[in-house]
Design a protein around this ligand. Structure first.
Ligand code: NAI
Length: 657
């Protein structure tokens, strides 16, 4: 990643002492420290790496260099943070605290060295990877899309205890720091420069020079603007309280204690994780022993597992062709274009393509901040009424109306035109692959790539392997899904696959409870109390009541009697949010809700039971390979309360209790 510069004089004797770091002293007396964790493709701060860094800092202090520059030797990025495996393996709270202590002490030592220190960041700097840069005096970011900064600890139920809570607010001010720490969101190089997280954002070709200049000049540190100093000083309590209110809108303290702990630690203990007394909500010990923490670490592991399913093939696509520019096809095309792919988008005529292109503009404007990159993204999205893209595409995704015969004819046509190596995929929700491929010469070429609505927000994509689907094709499809940064989940070709299969009975039951006279507001509140991000009735309104009715029919059979509350609204053309009214009335896109009734444990149980029962059935029937994948799929596909670690895990825990 970093071409060795001829000016470097390798300090072989010094480097030989270390396994994970290389030291080189250049002619200006600057020491370049390259972190290159042995035997790993990614840099992480495991115990031995942290101990080595601590020893290395002692050596540097003895060497008295003019300055030190820290960089990564990995192509994958800068540093991914702590070794989550070690945290997972921590047997006791003391083990967890030892991990915090190691990083806290080491980074404090780094922050105290008497010479200038510069972190040169190319690629991701996550968690501890960002905190080590905060302990340096200066930071240079390489301005390319892969460079991203984040403190994702909150998503694991812990807090940035290696100096993040202390140093980030001092560097960028409380507003930006709390935003980063409480959400775990990532910041790119340009934003990092804008908020003062880095001193410069530079193109790759000048990165080493920029780091060298910074180290040699050692300019005075910038002061925070007065407003931010006030917020970190006399107004600190008010700022913390306002932030607590914001957090409370998204997360209950009993479910998610970490963001509250971060706020306490910043407000009352200036970010020192060892300052809060035992038993305090801000203490690492309290967090580490909270069940949410273990479950969120489990969710992280589930996500890694889903990601790994995309690594079983090295398929990469350059060109995707999407047929059907409706709700799904239009957004699938835009997401692919935003991930750098060339996309041709086909529909019956130009009028039908126009709304999708307009939606693409809106989404790209919102998501791609750089105007040149936004323009390039839109240039890659090509309207194609004639379907010329079919011949060139590596992946062809069909997202037309849910009509079997039309899909059959379409695939016969597509198969004849497509490259022999192309993935032919359907986004069908309810039709069987074996039926769709009836008119194809080689049904083994068809796979299901089932996206969820809204495509830009939903992480999960089901990979449907029909009985005839070539197994390698399903792996290629999973690799493609990773390429566009989604999480692939292989599922069996059975009605509803995983996600809709489980949502079906859950929603049908909720409609029945409404027919029994329980208010929508009460049901939604019950689901939220359990920890769902959105209640079933709000979800139905969002998805569309027509779609819910169709899905219910396809799962329960056409003869099953639909719930009266649904029929009544459909007859009145109340389709949910999209028509302005469903179970709720919408004003400017927001539901107008009445008062919820009392929520009892019994009601929560009645509401959630069908969800849990169906999840168990999907595992028994091997819709997914195992219970862990059912948990991953249902958390990322339906938002099942992440702090409970997934429905199957929740059932198992309940069984144990
Ligand atoms: P939609 O009705 O919004 O869009 C379908 C589009 O396909 C229309 O623009 C139509 O003009 C076009 N089309 C129809 N026949 C065509 C043909 N022969 N050639 C080219 N274009 C053609 O439908 P939506 O909701 O986007 O659904 C599409 C597919 O995705 C369906 O199979 C559906 O089951 C599936 N799906 C839908 C989800 C949803 O929430 N809407 C979620 C997941 C999958």
């Amino acid at each position: 990643m970093h071409p060795a510069e001829p000016i470097f004089k390798g300090d072989a004797a010094m480097s030989a002492k270390y396994k994970h770091f290389r030291l080189e002293t250049d002619r200006d007396g600057l020491v370049w420290v390259t972190m290159d964790k042995q035997g790993a493709s990614t840099n992480t701060f495991s115990k031995d790496v942290m101990e080595e860094l601590s020893a290395l800092i002692d050596d540097l202090v003895a060497m008295k260099p003019r300055a030190m520059i820290l960089r990564s030797g990995k192509d994958s990025g800068f540093i991914a943070g702590a070794d989550v495996e070690e945290f997972k393996a921590a047997r006791s709270v003391d083990d967890a605290l030892a991990i915090v202590r190691r990083g806290w002490d080491t980074f404090n030592k780094l922050a105290a060295v008497p010479f200038p220190t510069v972190a040169l960041v190319r690629g991701f700097a996550m968690g501890g990877g960002l905190e080590v840069t905060l302990a340096c005096k200066y930071r240079i970011a390489v301005d390319e899309p892969a460079t991203r900064f984040a403190l994702p600890e909150v998503m694991l139920g812990i807090l940035p205890g290696w100096g993040g809570v202390m140093r980030l607010p001092r560097l960028v001010g409380p507003t930006a720091a709390l935003d980063i720490m409480l959400t775990g969101k990532t910041v790119d190089a340009r934003k990092a420069k804008r908020i003062g997280l880095v001193d410069a954002a530079v193109p790759p070709r000048v990165m080493e020079n920029a780091a060298r200049m910074m180290a040699l000049e050692a300019p005075p540190q910038k002061k925070l603007p007065l407003k931010e100093r006030m917020m970190a000083g006399p107004l600190k309590g008010m700022v913390a309280n306002m932030a607590r209110k914001q957090v409370a809108k998204r997360a209950r303290p009993e479910h998610y204690p970490a963001p509250y702990a971060i706020l306490d630690l910043w407000q009352k203990y200036d970010g020192d994780p060892f300052a809060p007394p035992a038993g305090s909500a801000a203490s690492m010990a309290t967090l580490a022993s909270h069940p949410t923490t273990a479950n969120l670490i489990r969710v992280f592991a589930l996500q890694e597992r889903l990601k790994s399913l995309g690594k079983e093939s090295d398929f990469t696509a350059k060109h995707v062709h999407v047929i059907g520019a409706g709700v799904m096809g239009g957004d699938i095309a835009t997401v692919c274009a935003m991930r750098g792919l060339t996309v041709t988008l086909q529909d019956q005529n130009a009028e039908r393509l126009a709304p999708a292109v307009k939606r693409a503009h809106d989404l790209v404007r919102k998501r791609v901040k750089d105007k040149y990159r936004a323009r390039d993204t839109m240039d890659r999205l090509i309207p194609d009424v004639a379907g010329d893209g079919i011949r060139r595409a590596d992946v062809i995704i069909e997202a037309i109306f849910e009509n079997l015969e039309v899909k059959q004819n379409l695939f016969a046509e597509v198969e004849a035109k497509a490259k022999p190596t192309a993935i032919l995929a359907t986004n069908t929700s309810s039709l069987k692959l074996a039926d769709i491929s009836k008119k194809m010469k080689d049904p083994a070429r068809l796979v299901g790539i089932h996206f969820f609505n809204p495509v830009p927000q939903m992480m999960l994509v089901e990979i449907v392997k029909g009985d005839a689907t070539r197994p390698e094709l399903a792996k290629d499809a999973a690799a493609f899904v990773r390429q566009i940064d989604k999480l692939p989940l292989p599922v069996k070709d059975a009605p509803g696959f995983l996600v809709n299969r489980v949502l079906g009975p859950y929603m049908a039951n909720a409609f029945r409870l409404i027919d029994e006279g329980i208010a929508p507001e009460t049901l939604d509140k019950a689901a939220e109390q359990f920890g769902m991000p959105m209640g079933p009735i709000a979800l139905a309104d969002t998805v569309g009541l027509d779609i819910c009715a169709a899905a219910g029919k396809s799962l329960a059979g056409a003869d099953a009697k639909p719930p009266a509350c649904l029929v009544k609204r459909l007859e009145a053309n109340k389709l949910g949010k999209k028509s302005g009214e469903g179970f709720y009335r919408y004003e400017k896109g927001k539901a107008v809700k009445g008062q919820a009734g009392p929520v009892t444990d019994d009601l929560i149980e009645r509401l959630i039971a069908p969800y849990l029962a169906e999840a168990r059935k999907t595992v028994d029937e091997k819709i997914v390979a195992d219970a862990e994948l059912a948990d991953g799929g249902l958390i990322f596909g339906t938002g099942f309360a992440p702090f409970r670690g997934g429905p199957m895990h929740y059932l198992a825990e309940r069984g144990r209790a």
